[in-house]
Design a protein around this ligand. Structure first.
Ligand SMILES: Nc1ncnc2c1ncn2[C@@H]1O[C@H](COP(=O)(O)OP(=O)(O)OP(=O)(O)O)[C@@H](O)[C@H]1O
Length: 350
């Protein structure tokens, strides 16, 4: 199709979408905030009437001090049947199952016709995590977030993934592009197209999801895998270094690199290195699980860590349920043995 004909068709489609959104109580703006393989995401506004007739939406937006939402429009008429009949329903059911957590993007409502499906989503207006990491390089000239900020963001990710798992959902496509930040800097996990309900402990999965560079080794080895264990990602490494630890497109070369283990930039704390190593174990059972991540010494904020270290030095057991000891910054966290039992330190030194 010629450029001018394409533009005319796009304009006609957009006009139809504006009307369909208006019929459902939303004012679609022309500001496109993202796009996927078969979708476009626009900024939109909820109307007063829509809020009045939709108590769930009104409750979701309460406290946000704005009426903005993100509307993801999927052209089901153009998308492959597998996408419309498998991945889209998975995405919707995963979002419904994980409603409602501060760090998981909220699905307010859906509507559809024979041409399109509309997902009305909580707006995460700032950027995705990849853009944020790249912006840090541009503004501060440093590759990666500082560890304090990385810890704050990573806590939210751990909390979001733990919530998904406890709701019976595995994400299976954890990567920086699927982690959004809202205007308050809150993390919002999104894109549940590979979300799966049956991926819990007793029913191994076999579908290859995600991108090679983010993929768990057991999936690269084409083995059946446990969806919860595979949801570990290597996002922490990307956050603090602005690089993926192993950048390869070929699964067998990725495995080769993984066997040799990651190298770290100078200046990264040993605790952080230890936690990253804990994620990058070849055997899934040797990898840190979410509870171990939450209890890892690196996850403890610096201020709390020094208090805990002081009270530990004085022989107090400490009342906080969080980790009570922290590795000294001098040695390796693993070799110092100063992480809690069961933390990555124990696993990696095993
Ligand atoms: N709730 C939201 N708030 C703000 N921006 C969003 C939101 N949801 C999606 N986006 C933007 O739209 C882009 C595409 O969305 P999403 O990843 O959900 O679509 P997709 O069709 O599943 O994409 P892909 O084909 O890459 O898997 C995102 O990368 C993001 O930039």
């Amino acid at each position: 199709m010629k450029g001018s004909a394409r533009r005319k068709l796009d304009q006609q489609n957009f006009t139809e979408q504006v009307c369909e959104c208006r019929d459902n109580g939303y004012l679609l703006s022309s500001r496109k905030i993202g796009s996927g393989a078969f979708s476009k995401v626009y900024l939109a506004y909820t109307t007063h009437e829509c809020m009045q007739h939709n108590p769930k939406l009104a409750s979701d937006l309460r406290g946000k001090h704005h009426a903005m939402v993100a509307i993801k429009i999927i052209s089901t008429a153009e998308a492959p049947v597998e996408f419309s009949q498998k991945f889209l329903p998975c995405e919707i059911s995963s979002l419904n199952a994980t409603y409602k957590h501060l760090n998981v993007v909220q699905l307010h409502e859906t509507y559809q016709n024979s041409q399109r499906s509309y997902l009305v989503l909580e707006l995460a207006a700032r950027s995705d995590l990849l853009e944020h990491i790249n912006a840090v390089l541009d503004h501060r000239g440093r590759p990666g977030l500082d560890e304090e900020e990385a810890r704050r963001v990573f806590w939210q990710l751990v909390s979001a993934v733990a919530h998904c798992h406890s709701s019976g959902i595995v994400h299976r496509d954890l990567k920086c592009e699927n982690i959004l930040l809202d205007d308050q800097g809150l993390l919002k996990l999104t894109d549940f197209g590979f979300g799966n309900r049956s991926g819990l402990r007793n029913s191994p999965l076999s579908t290859f999801c995600s991108s090679v560079a983010y993929t768990a080794p057991e999936i690269l080895m084409s083995k059946k895998y446990n969806g919860e264990q595979a949801d570990r990602g290597i996002i922490l490494s990307a956050m603090v270094t602005r690089k993926l630890p192993f950048k390869e497109h070929q699964p067998h070369r990725m495995l080769h690199l993984m066997r040799h283990g990651p190298t770290f930039r100078p200046g990264m704390s040993p605790e952080c290195q230890d936690l990253i190593r804990g994620f990058l174990q070849l055997r899934p059972r040797a990898c840190v699980d979410l509870q171990q991540v939450a209890a890892h010494c690196w996850m403890l904020p610096t201020a709390l860590a020094s208090t805990a270290a002081a009270s530990s030095a004085q022989g107090h057991s400490g009342s906080n349920a969080r980790p009570s000891r922290r590795a000294s910054s001098a040695g390796s966290a693993s070799s110092s043995g100063s992480c809690r039992p069961g933390s990555a330190a124990r696993l990696t030194s095993a």
